[in-house]
Design a protein around this ligand. Structure first.
Ligand code: 1PR
Length: 594
């Protein structure tokens, strides 16, 4: 029997993935989107299941709800006792207001404000570190609390949410419980009004991960991006199973492992460099220091061909099934302009998002561009929007970030508000903007030879060819083709200030080398920025992942490409190694059954 599920669409983020997740749970569900008051009124009497997803900027989201006159109908709908589920900013909207945009009033179901996570969390500071904000990655729920203040009975869940599985969070602001008094006040309110609460912790900061009262349910994490464990939450909501008992197969296996400072698991990302090969097919390729061509013999003649390692969607699906925590697609020849309707990654994303329920990042060509077909300028935000609508959760900006940073320094760090980084993060949130950095080591005889911050090389065997004892990492654009008078650190600092939410830090010197990550470069960047840093380039075996996660600077995620594509190791093998040999906390939901 078909049932229709309604999703409120106020043009905020990746709704495609949510609707794909619902269809994946049961193909008989039909999805209808509601964009405005008249559509709400048209369907109102038929709606039995209403979802309210949101990502990005709180103010933008709340403003859209009010502008579309949706707050009244949403309130009436919830009061009528029909099932409602908010996700991420769709949870946040029900609080009073957010520090993110204090001028916009929320829907005020809970008398609490939202605050930004603190970089200077004492748990991190005591260890000489800063806490990365946004909170990005897989975390668990620490407590499930009933209205009477007691914990949920062992084995009972809240719409499938339990305290063992890991869920995908991506946010800078949260309903943070500021102190013991605030928690007591919240629990008193819960008791008087019948609320169930799920608490989670990021470092020492405790926040609400989910809230529920009767037919009203909302999660801060993204169930549609939390693998099978997340799909179960969505399924239980759709099937009205408010307090299902947890079966053995509903939980992930977590033997004795570490507890990380922030509570997040060690995040493993599989990256696919995608381009059109000489036969016109879109393929996954992989270079060695960015050279993706290999010599092959054809009819006795030697030819240079683009290395073909497989089909993008097929490989991405394989890595998802192996347990990848995120998938990144990079369109490595995007500097060639293509008509907007033909952006090759759109199709890849649409297909991938049908079966992959972890975050998807897409990079390559995110900038203001001229559509060669229409000669019209298409803004970077518009291109990002197309990708989000096709299933992407984040966009990664490479070459354009370099130009933006050069202009930023040339203009005494004045923010124009018009760059791709600023416009995309203002609408979709900082967590949606990743900066992909392609640096190359440059040796320097003396720090006074450059205005960039240099690294002193301590190991004499690593001195430069002329005995240079200093270096900095010089950034490149257009896939390493163009070198700029700018350091990787200076680039990252500029982009962080402009509103980037994460850094994908490649290293041309290590790319495809299988010799391990560039620890020197990673340390320099990670110790100077406050946003998450993803280590990339050089992973050749599971030990390299262990090594990078053991670094004192606290790397947030590690990305691998070649070792997965060549079939040397699966993502699962890397994770099992980290769990069993290094006692590291990783997400493994291969025994959770939908
Ligand atoms: O500049 O915004 O159009 O984005 C283009 C994107 O494409 C950038 O993110 C840039 O890094 C990437 N790119 C461009 N050319 C290449 C190339 O290889 N010829 N790939 C390229 C960069 C880096 C990682 C790689 C890791 C790990 N690839 O994606 O997967 O280095 O590899 P490994 O584990 O095998 O060592 P824009």
């Amino acid at each position: 029997m078909t049932e229709t599920v309604y999703i409120i669409d106020v043009e905020s983020g990746n709704l495609q993935s949510l609707s794909n997740a619902i269809k994946h749970i049961n193909p008989n569900y039909e999805i209808k989107f509601i964009h405005n008051l008249s559509e709400f009124q048209q369907y109102d009497t038929q709606i039995r299941k209403l979802l309210f997803p949101g990502v990005g900027n709180y103010g933008h989201f709340v403003k859209e709800i009010h502008n579309r006159n949706l707050s009244g109908p949403i309130h009436d709908y919830i009061s009528s006792g029909r099932s409602f589920m908010g996700i991420c900013v769709g949870l946040q909207a029900f609080f009073n207001r957010s520090e993110e945009s204090p001028e916009y009033k929320g829907l005020g179901y809970l008398e609490m404000d939202l605050y930004k996570f603190d970089n200077l969390d004492p748990v991190f500071v005591e260890n000489g570190l800063k806490k990365s904000v946004p909170h990005i990655g897989w975390n668990h729920v620490s407590e499930l609390v009933e209205p009477d203040g007691g914990l949920f009975e062992d084995g009972v869940s809240l719409y499938g949410i339990n305290t063992i599985n890991k869920y995908y969070f991506v946010h800078s602001y949260a309903a943070i419980i500021k102190n013991e008094e605030a928690k007591k006040g919240l629990l008193k309110f819960g008791k008087e009004n019948g609320w169930n609460f799920a608490f989670a912790k990021y470092g020492s900061e405790e926040f609400l991960a989910a809230i529920n009262k009767g037919n009203f349910f909302a999660t801060q994490f993204h169930p549609e991006k939390s693998g099978v464990a997340g799909l179960k939450v969505l399924k239980d909501f759709l099937e009205d199973k408010q307090f299902p008992v947890i079966a053995k197969n509903d939980v992930q296996s977590h033997p004795e492992t570490e507890v990380t400072l922030g509570g997040l698991t060690r995040r493993i990302i599989a990256c696919l460099d995608v381009r059109t090969n000489d036969d016109g097919d879109l393929v996954v390729t992989k270079g060695d220091q960015y050279n993706v061509r290999e010599e092959s013999k054809e009819e006795g003649e030697s030819k240079s061909k683009v290395r073909n390692l497989g089909k993008p969607v097929e490989l991405a699906t394989r890595y998802y099934n192996q347990g990848a925590d995120e998938i990144t697609f990079l369109n490595i020849t995007s500097f060639r302009n293509s008509p907007i309707k033909d952006l090759p990654m759109l199709q890849v994303l649409k297909k991938a998002a049908e079966t992959i329920f972890v975050p998807l990042t897409v990079g390559g060509g995110i900038k203001d561009m001229i559509d060669p077909e229409t000669n019209q300028v298409v803004s970077a935000a518009k291109i990002a929007d197309l990708y989000f609508r096709s299933g992407a959760d984040k966009v990664s900006i490479g070459s354009d970030a370099v130009i933006i940073a050069e202009n930023y320094y040339a203009n005494n760090k004045v923010k124009t508000g018009t760059t791709s980084i600023e416009t995309i993060s203002a609408t979709f949130g900082v967590q949606a903007v990743v900066i992909s950095v392609d640096p190359k080591r440059k040796y320097i005889a003396s720090p006074s030879d450059t205005s960039m911050q240099v690294i002193k090389i301590t190991d004499p065997s690593k001195y430069g060819p002329q005995g240079e004892q200093y270096c900095y990492y010089q950034v490149t654009s257009q896939g390493g083709r163009k070198t700029h008078e700018l350091g990787a650190l200076e680039l990252c600092l500029a982009c962080e200030d402009l509103g980037a939410g994460e850094i994908l830090l490649n290293s041309i010197d290590h790319d495809g080398s299988n010799k391990g990550y560039n620890l020197e470069l990673l340390t320099q960047i990670k110790t100077n920025v406050s946003i998450p840093v993803i280590a990339s380039s050089g992973a050749g075996n599971p030990q390299h992942f262990k090594e990078v996660f053991e670094m004192e600077c606290g790397i947030d995620a590690a990305l691998g490409a070649g070792l997965f594509h060549r079939g040397e190791y699966s993502v699962n093998e890397v994770k099992r190694y980290l769990q069993q040999e290094a006692k590291m906390d990783v997400r493994l939901d291969d025994n959770v059954v939908l």
